[in-house]
Design a protein around this ligand. Structure first.
Ligand code: ADE
Length: 264
């Protein structure tokens, strides 16, 4: 999968070089490029923002630098000043053209639909994702509308709160999506019983020692009875979901008699 990120703070995304995602980039599973929006400006101050038409607080990101950056990513645009992109991982500069189909342009915004595990799964099979990290009050709507002619446009919120910009939201989505790509997580089995994978939250987990500060690991986990352990774990998932996120239960199907008894 190819992922491009455009930001005025490319350094923010440096964390993606670490851990499993960094490894996936090093191994070529992920082709991740971070672009500095200011490299697509031509004035002395590398201006990316201006005051809003109609008045109001704050500044708005100008359309043209965004259009140039996105055109560059599409392969048809001319880059701006000297250093066009900061590459996370091994980008040689002679990038391959975008894979067939339109790239998906994700515009993080508190005004978008809320990102979740289903959307992460959907995005994890895409060939090319582009993240446009806005700052200030947001991006001029005209370039958002224009981008819809070239990209599959997806405004996306990561929750009902307001961040200072799209960088952290993009990192959240990139991590959630890329860990679902085969080869990114060492043991794919660890993806199967996670929270939100099947609509239930995950069960509590324990490691050695079996007794710690007078707190014992639930005995059943030491029993070696795999069937009983699986049942115990499912019961805890049901209980925890009912307790912490009862809203998730409404979307569940396939509950058997035992499941329903636990939930009563
Ligand atoms: N930018 C600011 N707040 C945001 C949020 N909640 N989700 C995505 N992008 C944002």
């Amino acid at each position: 999968m190819k992922i491009d990120v455009v930001s005025i703070f490319p350094e923010y995304l440096a964390g993606l070089q670490l851990s499993l995602i960094g490894k996936a980039v090093d191994q070529g599973v992920l082709d991740l490029n971070v672009h500095d929006l200011r490299d697509f400006t031509f004035d002395r101050h590398s201006t990316v923002d201006d005051s809003p038409y109609g008045g109001g607080a704050g500044m708005v990101m100008k359309a043209e630098p965004w259009a140039l950056a996105l055109e560059h990513i599409l392969g048809g645009g001319s880059p701006g000043a000297a250093s066009v992109e900061q590459t996370v991982g091994a980008d040689t500069g002679d990038e391959e053209p975008a894979a067939a189909g339109r790239p998906i342009l994700i515009v993080p915004s508190p005004a978008g639909p809320v990102f979740n595990q289903r959307i992460a799964e959907e995005l994890s099979v895409a060939d090319h994702l582009v993240f446009a990290c806005g700052r200030y009050e947001g991006i001029d709507q005209r370039v958002i509308d224009w981008s819809g002619e070239h990209f599959d446009l997806r405004p996306m919120s990561i929750g009902d709160y307001v961040l200072n910009g799209g960088e952290v939201a993009s990192m959240v989505m990139i991590e959630a999506v890329s860990r679902l790509i085969p080869g990114v997580i060492g043991n794919p089995e660890s993806l199967t019983e996670e929270s939100h994978e099947d609509g239930l939250l995950e069960y509590p987990i324990y490691t050695k020692p079996a007794s710690w500060r007078d707190r014992d690991v639930p005995e059943i986990l030491l029993s070696g009875n795999h069937g009983a352990i699986a049942r115990w774990r499912r019961d805890r998932r049901l209980e925890r979901t009912a307790d912490v996120r009862p809203d998730l239960l409404a979307g569940l199907d396939g509950l058997d008699k035992h499941d329903r008894a636990i939930l009563e």
